[in-house]
Design a protein around this ligand. Structure first.
Ligand SMILES: C[S@@+](CC[C@H](N)C(=O)[O-])C[C@H]1O[C@@H](n2cnc3c(N)ncnc32)[C@H](O)[C@@H]1O
Length: 133
């Protein structure tokens, strides 16, 4: 096993054909254009049938929890922007980017009424088996 510390926005990723990617509370660190570039670069280093596990905060789609989650996210982003060099201002759902790169969401587990989610994506798996976009 090899660990590398690098900036995911700029570090050249080897065309290694990775078969597993795990991005837990990572993709929420990027602004929209950065996120698109990072997802594109990681996907470019993946194998044709790669599996991608993405766990992160999500904005719930409906109900009272949605405005509460929106408020919590605003406070969290303000805090992390103050205390770290985080450039992102808001949570961007990477789902459309992954789907556009040929990944299909095949499972999702959620907690806190959808505020926390872990999604399983498989490249080349065809239709979204969860029914989510
Ligand atoms: C909220 S932490 C999550 C850490 C870990 N994945 C976890 O779930 O505990 C976000 C991580 O993303 C890393 N990170 C943020 N921007 C990055 C970048 N441009 N390149 C590489 N790592 C980055 C941070 O250093 C931090 O370790």
């Amino acid at each position: 096993m090899r660990f590398t510390v690098a900036d995911a926005r700029t570090d050249p990723l080897p065309a290694a054909g990775y078969d597993l990617v795990v991005t837990n509370f990572f993709l929420d660190c990027f602004r929209p254009l950065e996120l698109a570039a990072v997802v594109d670069r990681i996907a470019g280093a993946c194998a044709a049938h790669a599996v991608w596990v993405d766990g992160d905060f999500r904005l719930p789609t409906e109900g009272w929890v949605r405005p509460v989650a929106r408020g919590l996210l605003a406070v969290m982003y303000a805090f992390f922007r103050l205390t770290t060099r985080l450039s992102a201002h808001e949570l961007i759902d990477p789902a459309p980017l992954l789907a556009a790169l040929g990944f299909a969401q095949v499972a999702e587990e959620t907690q806190l009424r959808g505020f926390l989610s872990s999604r399983l994506w498989v490249r080349g798996a065809g239709a979204d088996a969860t029914g989510h976009g």
